[in-house]
Design a protein around this ligand. Structure first.
Ligand code: PEP
Length: 251
C-alpha cells in the first residue's frame, strides 16, 4: 500500500510571519493523522523558520528547487547539503514554472534528481503537458519523454525514494482541474512506464501525486483513483483550513 503524500508548494508567496502563522494553523488543524504524509515547501529563505516550527511534528519540510552541484561559484543557488542541513526531507524538481520560466530541461532535472538522492532527500519530480500538447493528442508522448529524460540512468534501487507529480500545465493555478478519469489515465500510463524502467514491483511502490488546482471540494474524488497517491497543492496550500481539508480527504 502506498501512503499518500500531500505536499504544499507555496511558490514565491508568504512572508516570515504569515509562514509561521500558516504552519501553526496547520499544526492545530491536522490532528494526528498518521495515514498520510504531509509536507510544506516554503520559499528557501523561510525554510529555517518553518523547519523550526514543525520540528518533531508529522509535517515534513521540503524545498522548491536546488542546484545539482555540492558547492561553488553558483550565485543565488542552494545545494542539497544546505537543504538537508536545514532539515529538509523533500525537494520539488522540474516544476513546470521552472521548466517554462527558468529554462529547466529534462537533462537538468535529471542532474538535480541524482544530487538530491545522493544527498538523502526525497525528490518530487514534476511532469505535465501543456494545453496545446493535450489538444494535439501528444500527452502520452510528452509525459513519456519527460519521465524517460528526467529519470535517465536512475536504478531500480534509487527509484524506491522517488515521488512523481503529474501536473498538467493547463490545470496549474487556473482553477481547471483534470477530471479524475483524465488524471488516472495519465497516472496509470506513468506507472506502466515506471514498470518498464524499474520492474513492476518497483513501479508499484512509487508514489505518483496529482497537481493542478486541487481544492477541498475536488480532492477526495481525485485521491480515490487507484494510481493517484497524493497531491502537490499550490494555491490551496496557502490557507491552513483548505490544506488540512485536502489532507483529510487523503486519509
Ligand atoms: C503547483 O504549483 O504545483 C500547483 C499544482 O498549483 P495549484 O494547486 O495552484 O494549481
Amino acid at each position: 500500500m502506498r501512503k499518500p503524500l500531500i505536499a504544499g508548494n507555496w511558490k514565491m508567496n508568504m512572508l516570515r510571519d504569515s509562514s509561521l502563522a500558516l504552519v501553526h494553523g496547520l499544526l492545530d488543524s491536522l490532528g494526528s493523522n498518521t495515514t498520510v504524509d504531509v509536507a510544506v515547501c516554503p520559499p528557501s529563505v523561510y525554510l529555517h523558520d518553518v523547519g523550526a516550527a514543525i520540528r518533531g511534528s508529522q509535517i515534513g519540510l521540503g524545498a522548491q528547487n536546488m542546484h545539482h552541484q555540492a558547492e561553488g561559484a553558483f550565485t543565488g543557488e542552494v545545494s542539497v547539503q544546505m537543504l538537508s542541513d536545514l532539515g529538509c526531507r523533500y525537494v520539488i524538481l522540474g516544476h513546470s514554472e521552472r521548466r517554462e520560466l527558468f529554462g529547466e530541461t529534462d537533462a537538468s532535472v535529471n542532474q538535480k534528481l541524482m544530487a538530491a538522492l545522493a544527498g538523502g532527500l526525497t525528490p518530487i519530480v514534476c511532469v505535465g503537458e501543456t494545453l496545446e500538447q493535450r489538444e494535439s493528442g501528444a500527452t502520452e508522448q510528452v509525459i513519456a519523454g519527460q519521465i524517460r529524460g528526467s529519470l535517465a540512468d536512475l536504478t531500480a534501487h534509487q527509484s524506491e525514494k522517488l515521488v512523481i507529480a503529474y501536473e498538467p500545465v493547463w490545470a496549474i493555478g487556473t482553477g481547471k482541474t483534470a477530471s479524475p478519469a483524465q488524471a488516472e489515465e495519465v497516472h496509470a500510463q506513468i506507472r506502466g512506464l515506471l514498470g518498464e524502467l524499474f520492474g513492476a514491483d518497483q513501479a508499484q511502490a512509487v508514489r505518483i501525486q496529482y497537481g493542478g488546482s486541487v481544492k477541498p471540494d475536488n480532492a477526495a474524488e481525485l485521491l480515490s483513483q487507484p494510481n493517484i497517491d497524493g497531491a502537490l497543492v499550490g494555491g490551496a496550500s496557502l490557507k491552513a483550513d483548505s490544506f488540512a481539508a485536502i489532507v483529510a480527504a487523503a486519509g
